[in-house]
Design a protein around this ligand. Structure first.
Ligand SMILES: O=C(O)CCC(=O)C(=O)O
Ligand SMILES: [Fe+2]
Length: 440
């Protein structure tokens, strides 16, 4: 499911809610940080106007703020005016990409022009930009405000007993830099999870029955995710067709990982989610509550060959994209995400406390565990353990091909038996019968 490497490099997080008084700005702070400071000083002015004023004052927060205060903010060219305020406390959306594209010429703002480079981070706030440049779509203000708050309160209560997950990283056992709990729909499923399924080589000990608020919210998530999937297929996939190995069936979430990030430093490292029980081309619905944090994605670039030399590089060759995840936003990770991209929640230099959650962020990832991916139906290695499903990501040759391998290398104190077998799925992502192993 996850890798939990904490990142050492920290980037400030944009803050657009009403925060406590900000520290004095540094000259070399990134624009989004300055924008956040400015936003905190002028919470009723929309982000687009703030950016204009900031640029008009060569990035000086102090001067931009003075200008806004004096009512001299006449620099907004594209937006109606800074009085077009959004003071709802909901996420404000930076329109920077569209604006820059428009500034380049009269042609339509072809977003393809926007490229990230190695070592750079492109910050996206606008749902249209997210859909255009990442394998995700985002819906802001997703649930009715009261429903989101009820769910948040319920899960904050649950999170008091969440624990860090321990896993094996090379030869060390390390703990995830955040806590989590796993929720399924029935007692039978809870038992099955404890005995049949493996995560990073370990059994989950804390499997819980889905809570009333998680049940309450599920239909809305299900409906929205299915709508987003169909829209994505129609508008972005070749010939308007689903991807090879993507399931044609409706997405039906039957489990949820709930993550709690307590404070700015808690995070999750770069990873792709494990496909072992979701199957190829999985879609995940990810609901964010409480403190707003940055979710970063980067496309995986495979190596050319086997000699260990990076060709176009497999580490951050195209830069990262940061998606801002405010309270009550639903991020859909689409079918191209887990195979071709990695994601993380980066530690933040600072966070804006949330009125209900304080310093905590709660994240719910609703998942569709597929019946035909149950470990009963998937290959076992020579240790006798159901295998983990992986996809080739590092080598150009075979990039995107699925394979089964032994889990045991991830279990503290156990050695892998090195079992390997190419996985075979039909076009709809069902495992083909020849690899079915009925022994339990
Ligand atoms: O907290 C998030 O937004 C993402 C969590 C995640 O990547 C995971 O649970 O696999
Ligand atoms: Fe993940």
């Amino acid at each position: 499911m996850k890798a939990f490497l904490a990142r050492s490099k920290r980037k400030p997080s944009p803050e657009t809610a009403i925060p406590p008084p900000p520290p004095p700005p540094e000259n070399d702070e990134p624009t989004e940080y300055k924008l956040a400071l400015l936003s905190s000083l002028h919470p009723t002015v929309d982000q687009e106007a703030l950016l204009d004023v900031l640029l008009a004052h060569d990035g000086s927060v102090q001067q931009a703020s003075a200008s806004l205060q004096a009512g001299l903010s006449n620099t907004s060219s594209g937006s109606n005016s800074s009085s077009n305020s959004k003071s709802t406390g909901a996420a404000t959306h930076q329109q920077s990409l569209k604006r820059y594209a428009l500034a380049q010429g009269p042609a339509s703002p072809t977003k393809k022009r926007i490229k990230t480079r190695r070592g750079t981070t492109l910050h996206l706030y606008d749902p249209e930009d997210v859909a255009e440049h990442t394998p995700c779509t985002i819906i802001h203000n997703f649930l009715p405000a009261q429903t989101a708050n009820d769910l948040l309160r319920e899960l904050l209560g649950e999170a008091t007993s969440f624990e860090k997950i321990s896993f094996k990283l090379f030869d060390n056992v390390v703990a995830s830099p955040h806590t989590s709990g796993f929720y399924v729909e029935s007692y039978d499923e809870m038992q099955a999870q404890k005995t049949d399924y493996l995560y990073n080589g370990a059994r989950l000990s804390d499997v819980r029955r889905i809570t009333p608020q998680l049940v309450h919210v599920k239909p809305a998530v299900q409906e929205a995710v299915n709508k987003e999937i169909q829209h994505r297929i129609a508008t972005r996939y070749p010939h308007g067709k689903k991807l090879k190995h993507q399931s044609p069936k409706p997405w039906v979430p039957n489990s949820a990982f709930v993550n709690c990030y307590d404070g700015a430093q808690q995070s999750v490292g770069w990873h792709s989610d494990q496909l072992t029980y979701l199957g190829p081309r999985a879609v995940i619905g990810s609901l964010s509550l409480g403190v707003a944090r940055e979710f970063r994605v980067r496309r995986i670039s495979p190596r050319e060959d086997d000699d260990g030399k990076l060709q176009d590089g497999d580490i951050d060759p195209a830069g990262q994209i940061s998606i801002y995840l405010p309270h009550n936003s639903l991020l859909v990770m689409h079918a191209e995400m887990q195979e071709e991209w990695k994601h993380c929640v980066t530690p933040a230099a600072s966070i804006t406390p949330h009125p209900i959650a304080g310093n905590k962020r709660i994240n719910v990832t609703y998942r569709d565990y597929r019946a035909n991916m149950h470990p009963r139906f998937t290959p076992r290695c020579t240790c006798g353990v159901a295998c983990v499903l992986r996809v080739v990501q590092r080598k150009k040759e075979n990039f995107g091909k699925y394979f089964w391998m032994c889990h045991a290398g991830n279990i503290p104190g156990k050695e892998s038996c090195s079992f390997f077998q190419w996985a075979d799925f039909d076009d709809d992502g069902n495992p083909r019968p020849r690899q079915v192993n009925q022994t339990k």
